[in-house]
Design a protein around this ligand. Structure first.
Ligand SMILES: [Zn+2]
Length: 325
């Protein structure tokens, strides 16, 4: 007999699978770990399309037990080369949250630029916001990259761009900066859309919404939806907030999202979704592919394995997620 967990939805989020400048890992570890994670979802869960599951929750209709939806943010190129073939082989639905500015190459994701500047720096330390980051060995460079990214997430887009430019001068990096080959373009995501996968907006340029003023947010959310719909000939009703933590969106973001015509918006705050979860603050767990099955904390493993006599605990628990973007 199945447990009565039909009122819950677990949504998982990935970004890149292969290592990048900002998210380094040993080559092959991410792809192997991700394949294990998907196989685990296929074996233990009922993987449902995100949009349909959200509609059911909003209407108070039941979901299958152990319902799980899969999402991918930012449009890394390995979403086409690694993720799509695996999803197809396992017959799993998924939704991709995309950034028009990245797809048309007018935006180079700042976090990858920061990761490259720091890892390829010829300077032995950098100072950002009065904080000094030593760069003498790979461990210090990894800590500096994530530390600088966390500082930059607190700024608005213009201030962040200014710091990245200062960083470029201070780091005097060697080699070629991250280019367009790290991310999908319109033609590649057209393939994903035509294959029937869900497409959602992740804003026009991946600005962290709450750092921008209300008018900018409103215009961004409407435009990103419009551009995705017209370029891909699909309906876009779902939004994922960049970075997605509690202070990365605000009341103006939710108002802007509603008026732009979205039906729902997704955070990266861990937890299950139920019919009580506010539709513009839906929960997702960010999963690190390199950690394989270990990336699913105990609560999620209990949910996936739930039977009638299993108490899987509170629905709004927020265990720590992997780092998001
Ligand atoms: Zn993102």
């Amino acid at each position: 007999m199945e447990a009565d967990v039909s009122g819950r939805l677990l949504v998982l989020t990935w970004h890149n699978v292969h290592p990048t400048w900002c998210f380094p890992a040993r080559r092959g570890v991410g792809a192997r770990g991700f394949a294990k994670q998907l196989a685990m979802c296929r074996r233990l869960a009922n993987v449902v399309p995100l949009e349909d599951a959200a509609r059911r929750l909003a209407e108070g209709r039941p979901l299958p037990p152990r319902a799980v939806a899969l999402t991918f943010d930012d449009g890394y190129r390995d979403n086409l080369s690694v993720v799509l073939p695996l999803l197809r082989r396992l017959g799993l639905p998924a939704t991709f949250f995309l950034v028009p500015g990245i797809l048309d190459s007018t935006v180079t994701p700042w976090w990858e630029v920061v990761g490259w500047l720091i890892r390829r720096s010829t300077a032995e330390s950098v100072v950002v916001d009065g904080r000094s980051f030593p760069l003498r060995h790979p461990g210090e460079r990894a800590r500096a990259s994530s530390g600088v990214c966390e500082l930059l997430k607190r700024r608005n887009a213009d201030a962040r761009a200014a710091v990245v430019e200062e960083l470029r001068e201070r780091c005097r990096p060697a080699g070629t900066p991250p280019g367009r080959d790290m991310f999908l373009d319109w033609s590649a995501v057209g393939e994903i859309a035509r294959a029937g996968f869900g497409i959602g907006s992740h804003t026009c340029a991946h600005h962290i919404m709450a750092r921008e003023n209300a008018a900018t947010q409103c215009e961004d959310l409407a435009r990103s939806r419009r551009e995705l719909e017209s370029n891909l000939s699909v309906e876009v009703r779902h939004l994922a907030y960049p970075n997605g933590k509690r202070d990365d969106y605000d009341a103006a973001t939710i108002t802007g999202a509603r008026s732009a015509g979205y039906a729902a918006a997704w955070t990266t705050r861990g937890g299950f979704c139920t019919e009580m979860t506010p539709p513009f603050e839906l929960r997702r767990y960010v999963i690190d592919p390199a950690r394989g099955a270990a990336a699913f904390p105990l609560l999620l493993r209990q949910y996936l394995a739930a039977r009638a006599d299993t108490d899987i605990g509170p629905v709004d628990a927020e265990p720590p997620c992997a780092s998001s973007m």
